[in-house]
Design a protein around this ligand. Structure first.
Ligand SMILES: Nc1ncnc2c1ncn2[C@@H]1O[C@H](COP(=O)(O)OP(=O)(O)O)[C@@H](O)[C@H]1O
Ligand SMILES: [Mg+2]
Length: 237
């Protein structure tokens, strides 16, 4: 199966400084890939280039063999959660999703199903402004799944979640994978996704420093943090 996401020497500069530098990688289909690195490493910039929200300075980021903008029916093929995703705060969660679904030609039945899937069924008629951060994250996940996409691109979906929320998210991502979907999920908290991901891409200062199975990247280290330090800190000797 071809890689659903291919980065080829992706480079993005802002005012002459590199946010992403010559990043090349193929995402394995049907796997959960963790895109990990500290704040400012270049994760969001990479994903924004992939989703047509930022223009690469050079190189490319392709989804299903083309740029996002050239992709037919993008909402049915790739589900997206970005920090910046806005809901209308005064409208209910169900209404927000209903408006998106109507714009995509998706049934209201699917809206109800997705609200239940993310365990917001009971609060679907309450305004989004009354939702906790965790509830908004789950509403974002529900919106990403409206079009039943085969690929999910999630930028820091665990941000602001408590340990229970993170445990919930882990199981949720595993369920999506079991349905045959590919998941690309970014996080700056290296430990939090450790038990969830199959493959790891580690980005540091805009450059990819590792991309392999979790086991290969850890290479005997106890934690992804230890692996990150080994991969990014030059031995002074
Ligand atoms: N729109 C922008 N204008 C200028 N600099 C930016 C912009 N977006 C990101 N950057 C810079 O690019 C670098 C990578 O940022 P980002 O991709 O947001 O990292 P991450 O998502 O890993 O925290 C940072 O130094 C950030 O300040
Ligand atoms: Mg980011």
């Amino acid at each position: 199966m071809a890689s659903p996401v291919v980065f080829s020497k992706l480079t993005k500069t802002y005012a002459g400084s590199h946010a992403v530098k010559e990043l090349s990688a193929d995402i394995a289909p049907g796997q959960i890939t963790g895109f990990l690195g500290p704040n400012g490493a270049g994760k969001s910039t990479t994903l924004r280039c992939l989703l047509g929200l930022a223009r690469p300075s050079s190189g490319s980021a392709h989804i299903f063999g083309s740029s996002y903008r050239e992709l037919g029916q993008p909402l049915q093929r790739v589900g997206v959660v970005l920090d910046t995703k806005g809901f209308q705060p005064q409208l209910s969660g169900g209404k927000n999703l209903g408006l998106m679904a109507a714009g995509m030609g998706v049934s209201s039945r699917r809206v109800t199903e997705m609200m239940n899937l993310v365990e917001l069924g009971d609060v679907g008629s309450k305004p989004v402004k009354s939702y906790s951060l965790g509830m908004r994250q789950r509403l974002s996940l529900a919106s990403a799944l409206l079009g039943d996409p085969e690929l999910l691109v999630l930028d820091e979906p665990a941000n602001g979640l408590d340990p229970l929320g993170i445990a919930w998210l882990r199981q949720f991502l595993r369920n999506l994978q079991a349905e045959g979907r590919t998941v690309l999920v970014s996080s700056h908290q290296l430990a939090e996704m450790q038990n969830t991901i199959d493959d790891v891409m580690i980005i540091h200062r805009g450059g990819l420093v590792a991309h392999d199975s979790l086991e290969a990247v850890m290479a005997g280290d106890d934690s992804l943090e230890a692996a990150f330090l080994r991969l990014t800190q030059k031995d002074p000797a």
